[in-house]
Each structure stands twice: as C-alpha cells, then as structure tokens.
Design a protein around this ligand. Structure first.
Ligand code: C2G
Length: 129
C-alpha cells in the first residue's frame, strides 16, 4: 500500500483544497492529512475561522482522505514520514523547494496550486459583499 501525506490549515474548505487532496490521493492508496492545530496556526501567523476539530471533521468526511493527524510544529514531518511509513509527500507549489529535505525519506512532489481561490480571498470577498 502506497501512503501519501500532506499538510495544511484547510480553513474554509474550498476547491483549491479539494483539488490538491484529490491529486495527492491519486499518487497512492492511502492519504494522511496533517492539519495545523489552532496553536500551530498562531505560530504560522494564521487564525482559522473553523477550529481544529471542525476542520478535522470536514476533512475526514472527504472520500479521498483516509486519516487526519494534527500538525503541531514545523519539525514533525520527518518523524511523521518515518512513523507512518509514508512513501510520498505532497504540497502545493507555493511551497516549492521548502521540503526537499524529505527526499531522504520519501518522494517529494509539489503540485500546482488552483488559481483564483484561497481562504484569504474568500474572507476579503465576504468583507466587501
Ligand atoms: N492550495 C492549493 N490551491 C489553493 C490553495 C491552497 O493547492 N488555491 C494548497 C496549498 O498549496 C497547500 C494546501 O492546499 O498544499 C493547504 O493550504 P493551506 O491550508 O493554506 O496550508 P498552508 O498554510 O500552506 O500550511 O507545514 C505546512 C503548512 O501547514 C502548510
């Protein structure tokens, strides 16, 4: 069984998230999603609208997501890859190059982001309308 992992906040779940999760799953047989906790979001300078638990329930309801784990710090990725026997690490290409150190442990793939949509754009658009 080929296992894939990806990381993110996944707030206000939108098609950009769906597209990358779907494409990540297509790379293997089992997709683990590490969702940033509210505390880690604060470290990332982000405040999500939905709590960790709400974002976890939303992602767990997607047919191509097999497991959701918490992302609590920047340094857990190597441990996650080893402990979960992950074969492929996938991230959007806004992170291109940032996680190449994982190449020693698994295949690293950056996928093109979905243009024209983001959580911050949704929030901005809702402000004005
Ligand atoms: N994404 C995408 N297209 C968009 C928006 C997001 O492909 N229009 C992808 C991002 O590239 C990322 C994933 O969706 O791979 C999750 O995006 P965010 O929730 O914004 O996560 P981020 O803040 O990038 O956190 O340790 C890694 C971090 O937790 C990533």
């Amino acid at each position: 069984m080929k296992k894939v992992i990806t990381y993110g906040t996944f707030d206000l779940l939108h098609l950009g998230h769906i597209n990358i999760l779907k494409r990540a799953k297509e790379k293997g047989d089992y997709l683990i999603v590490a969702i940033s906790t509210d505390e880690f979001n604060a470290l990332k300078g982000k405040k999500s609208y939905f709590s960790f638990n709400e974002r976890k329930i939303l992602l767990e309801s997607l047919k191509f997501v097999d497991e959701v784990i918490p992302e609590t710090d920047w340094d857990q990725k190597i441990r996650d890859v080893i402990e979960n026997h992950v074969d492929i690490f996938v991230m959007g290409d806004d992170w291109e190059g940032k996680f190449d150190f994982l190449n020693n442990y698994c295949q690293v793939i950056y996928l093109p982001r979905t243009e024209g949509i983001s959580t911050s754009k949704i929030k901005e658009d809702l402000q004005v309308n």
